[in-house]
Design a binder for this molecule. Structure first.
Ligand code: PEP
Ligand code: MN
Length: 279
């Protein structure tokens, strides 16, 4: 077990002591970490051009600037859909370019990190790889922002130390993501730990967003938890959206359909405005 006081001293670059002002990550049409609340949305996995096209046109209508979609999927079961790989990456890039959106996708293997960096604007390190230290070091060498998701059994200190790996290897552009942790609760897939958001703000200058989709695993809980995350000070949120969630090849229970997502965006904007933030 790490001694958290000792390991806090190891937050040489991630800790507030090293940098007082918040880190703002600038993408072509959106900033993460400033007064804006960044919305990221898209399907769990890229499944087809048609699917991505339908999602992208709704994102444009709702003002979302970043599209997500996994091409390399880390699945619990080896027989589940593993993602379209390079083909999925190409669909994601082409859809994003066509609609002038930034694209985010997950890196699961050091061997195709560079290929993904050429095709995406933000690289995602998923919860299962939060402590894949070789992958983290590789992310340090890449010239693109990294979204680092909290491991489902990781402490906040371990999350920050994982970010320290990326910063100490040369990449200052890290966005943290609270995506829920494992608890004894069985009604939800994970327990979204909302106090992590203001806590990270006390400890670090890095931006933090929430993922209420994986954080709850239940579509009915996604909107209330998005609102709560914004109220808690999140710099953004990432939501899974699919044109036909029932037919999704992964995470079908937590993905919103296009109409549900449009409504969520409308309601979330009201909360953001009440807090003097823009979306
Ligand atoms: C994802 O965002 O696609 C994902 C797999 O999430 P997590 O790593 O948080 O489980
Ligand atoms: Mn998913």
């Amino acid at each position: 077990m790490e001694n958290s006081e000792t390991s806090k001293k190891s937050l040489r670059l991630v800790g507030k002591e090293s940098k007082k002002e918040p880190t703002i990550i600038k993408l072509k049409n959106v900033e993460i970490g400033g007064s804006q609340i960044a919305a990221i949305a898209g399907p769990c996995a890229v499944e087809s051009e048609k699917q991505m096209e339908k999602v992208a046109s709704v994102l444009k209508k709702t003002g979302v600037k970043i599209i997500r979609g996994g091409a390399y999927k880390p699945r619990t079961e080896p027989y589940s859909f593993q993602g379209l790989g390079e083909k999925g990456l190409k669909i994601l890039r082409e859809t994003a370019e066509k609609h002038d959106l930034a694209a985010i996708t997950e890196v699961v293997d050091i061997r195709n990190a560079e290929l993904i960096a050429k095709n995406a604007d933000i690289l995602q390190i998923g919860s299962r790889n939060m402590q894949n230290f070789e992958l983290l070091k590789e992310m340090g060498k890449i010239n693109k922002p990294v979204l680092l998701k909290r491991g489902s059994s990781a402490t906040v200190n371990e999350l920050l130390l994982a970010a320290e790996y990326i910063l100490s290897h040369g990449n200052p552009e890290v966005i943290l993501c609270e995506r829920g942790i494992r608890t004894f609760e069985k009604e939800t897939r994970n327990t979204l730990s909302l106090s992590t958001i203001p806590l990270v703000k006390e400890l670090s200058h890095l931006p933090i967003i929430a993922d209420p989709s994986h954080g709850t695993g239940k579509k009915s809980l996604v909107e209330p938890m998005t609102k709560a995350a914004i109220a808690a000070g999140a710099d953004g949120f990432m939501i899974e959206v699919h044109p036909a969630p029932n037919r999704a090849l992964s995470d079908s229970k937590q993905q919103l359909n296009l109409n549900e997502f449009k409504n969520l965006m409308k309601n979330v904007v009201t909360i953001a405005e009440a807090l003097n933030r823009t979306t």
